[in-house]
Design a binder for this molecule. Sequence first.
Ligand code: GRF
Length: 202
Amino acid sequence: MKTRIAVLCSGGGSNLQAILDAIDAGEIPGQVVLVLSNRKSAYALERARVKGIEARFLSRKELGERYDDVLLEALQAANVDLVVLAGYLSIVGPQVVAAYRGRMLNIHPALLPAFGGKGMYGHHVHEAVLASGVQKSGATVHFVDEEADHGPIIAQRQVPVLPGDTPDALAARVLVEEHQLLPACVKAFCEGRLDEKKRVDR
Ligand code: GRF
């Protein structure tokens, strides 16, 4: 029985694409059945549509406090087993976190617990890393809990911070690792090798 996967995105969806490509290559015993975004213009939705995958824009403006109810309904209606936050720049409400505890992954473009939490998204992360003077950065996949970028870490991949790095250059170097790490963690989940207690170094 293939794991039914939903992917939540807010942007270009290159991490979504990495998962789709790994599935097409037969590397992941799962199928992406739903892609949701809080941004109508997210190219991730287009990536799903061209593959005939249900792709829905959920408007916080229109839905207001019903947003999380509608999100949960959409996930349950699609019989989703695993939720992946791949560049999803919105907070997942507590009822959704509770419903998918241990079955919801997030990828963050830094070595958590450093450079995570409020305001740490996109280029802000890489700017903070560069400003800190650390020699390494990287990507983290973790289980999602009630706090942003806080749940149990599943796996990380490191990259060097190089002299003269710009946020763009560092982001690009980290993204290469994200595209390996996230599919590997999704694969581990689909193969039953992930649980919240056990860290999987990929
Ligand atoms: C990635 O760097 C991810 O770590 C961060 O947002 C970016 C999403 O990129 N959360 P994409 O939309 O998957 O291309």
